[in-house]
Each structure stands twice: as structure tokens, then as C-alpha cells.
Design a protein. Sequence first.
Length: 428
Amino acid sequence: MEPQPINVAIIGAGIAGLAFAIGLSKYPHITFIVYESRPSYAEIGAGIGFSTNGHKAMSLISPKLWENYQSHASFNGSPEKRGIGFNYEVGEKGLLEGKRIIETVMPEGYMQSTCHRKHLLSVLVETLPDKGEKCTVFNKKLVEVDDTGKKLVCVFADGEKIKADLVVGCDGIKSACRQFVFGKDSEIGKAQFTGKVAYRGLVPMEKAIAAVGEDRARNRQMYFGHHRHMLTFGVAKGTMMNVVAFHSTGSDAWEYSSLVQPRTIEDFLRDFVGWGDAVTNIISSIENPEVWAIFDHPRVDTFHKGRIVLLGDAAHTTSPHYGMGGGMSVEDASILSSLLGSCTSVNDVAPMLKVYDSIRVDRCCDIVAASREQGRLCDFEADWVGDDLEKISEQLDSELRRWMWDYDPEVAYKKALEEFEREKGTVE
């Protein structure tokens, strides 16, 4: 029997939304439109990283996407360090400044990549059918979803209403769709402040080399200290160094409405007073730094309600301490698009979403929780290790990351597909 048409409304044209749209484009019976609240494609932020799980997800979504991404991605600048995760050292004075804690070696066949977010967004747009011209609509802020009828009705701020068989919320940390899934007044519907902020900025690579030397500038590096840590890595094909410096605020509340605030170099240096030359030289090399509040989502037991489902940061905003936010988003996109492509009618959507929850919710929520703890470890705040460098080294070299990196979205999809076939007919 020929598959029946399924119409999808994708809310949000960020990384998750566009990756999901690319994944759907291979299925002729599925039509979709991406609705973006802003007037054009735009990604906030600078660098983003992916590990092997994210690379596999891109390839599952579209081999062309993976190929296009590699043309913009950066890897460790030294060929002999392609298999190195990060070099970790002490950045704070008075605690063996400059001492190497550990240089983590990734298992054979594994690799990490980094990319500027605007370059990743351009790759996604380039990979979309017709470069997104026919499938993306801008200035569409979602304000309501009516799920009482046979079709879902999306209502936008400009008064337009559209109908869809499935609404996929890819609208980020301040997701409107998340409110429709969990309730506008629900605490689990809101992201929570982690107590940490991150200074972010870019440094031209030649300037970075002058500040800290070629090895530190061109290869992934972390500097640890009490209540702070900094990481650096190359982006823009190694022509720029991305800087992210975390700082514990000592507060459980964020006082601003915006998650991003401008800061001066003086502010930055003040928050890292007592740190060594490597860190202070990097800070002094940045132009126009910003500080970002770090939020994450509480654990939930579902990512959907009815035929509204959440992807990416709308589902599981995470702190960046494991560098898994982007990877989880493309995992979501690869698996949900593949499962939806296996649906032959709208009646299949409900059992499909049940299966999707069963393979995604625990993994993603576990990563969010582990990432928050990793931030405490890097800032010498973890009760079980404190600033004991030997214990920290053991934690960084543990097998914990393997369950994140080892994840193969294609294997997960095939297992989910078997479960989906069993579920058909059991869920209305």
C-alpha cells in the first residue's frame, strides 16, 4: 500500500529544525514547512563541537550534510593530535599553574570537530532542498496550538493559522512548544539557571598564537581553577580561536531577561583575577566579549504530548560541559526523521512518538545531568574530588564519555523501528 500524505509543521529554523527538515526531505509522502520567528536564518553564539556520535547522526540524516559539514569543520591543528580530546592544565595561580592534568586520548576511530555556528547554519541551509527557499517561512512566532481536532492548528502572532498532522518544536531554550507539552505554569516546562555563566569571544589565530604559543592555540585546550575554567579550540577552518570561560556566580537566579549580556575586557579580567599568563593573555586578546547565562532543563519522562513533539534545545537544553548539545540535536533529528519516514499514515504517528520517547528521553536527560556535574568537576566544586588533580585526572580519563560517544543513531533507529512495528495498532 502506498504511504498516505503526512504534513509536518517544524517550529524553529535553528540547527535541530533544519537538520530535521533535511532528514524529512528524502520521504516523498511527507510535506513540511519550517516556521521561524526571526526575519532570517540566524544562529546565536560562536563555536559548537561534535563528537563521533554527532558525525554519525549527520551522515544518517544526509551523506551530503556530513560532506558539506566537513568542508567547514575544524579539527586539532596538529596532525599528531587529531585523536586528542582536550589537553587539561591548571590555569589558576597558586595551584601548580601550567601543570598538565591530563591529555585525553580518544579511542581509535573517534574524533572531535568544531565549527562556527554561522558556518554550520549555512551548511544546513545549503543542504536543504532549494536551499530552503520553498520550505522556510520567516516572521512566524507561534502563540498557540489547538490540538482538539483531527488536524493540529498552529496560530501565529500575525493571526495566520495553519493545519498540520504533526508539530515538531525546535524552537530552543525559550520554546513555546515546550509550554504546550508541559503547561505554561509547569516548572519542568522551564529551563533552570545552573549558577554559572560563560564569557565567550573569538581571537584571530595569529593573535592567539602570539598570546599562548602555537600548540595551545591550534589544539583543544582547557584551563582549570577554583570556580572557573576556560576552554579554547579552533573554528573557521582553524583561522580563529573560540574562547569559552565559565565562572560560578554563587547565585541560583539570573537577574536579566536576556540570556546574553555585553561585557568589557575589564569585567572579564576581574572575574579571572589571580589566573596565570596563558588565561589573561587570551582574555586580553578578545574583542567585544559577551557573557552567557548557562541554563539546563530538568529531567522529564516524555518529549511529546499528543502530536506535538520537542527536538533539540526545546527538549533538553544542556550546559555545554560535555559538548553534547549539538550532538543530541542532530541525533534527535536523524532518528525522528527516520522513524517518521517509516510511518505510512497519520495513524502511525502516535505509536511512533511513544517509541521515540523510549529511546531518547533517558539518554538525553542523563547527558544533561552528567554535564552539570562535569561543570562542577572542572571548577573544583565536586565534593568527591575538590581540587585533587590526581582524582580529577582519573575522572577525566574514565569511561563515562564512552556511552555518549559510542551511541550510533542508525543502530538506535533500527532497534526503534522493530519496536515501532510491534507498537502499531496498540496506541490510538
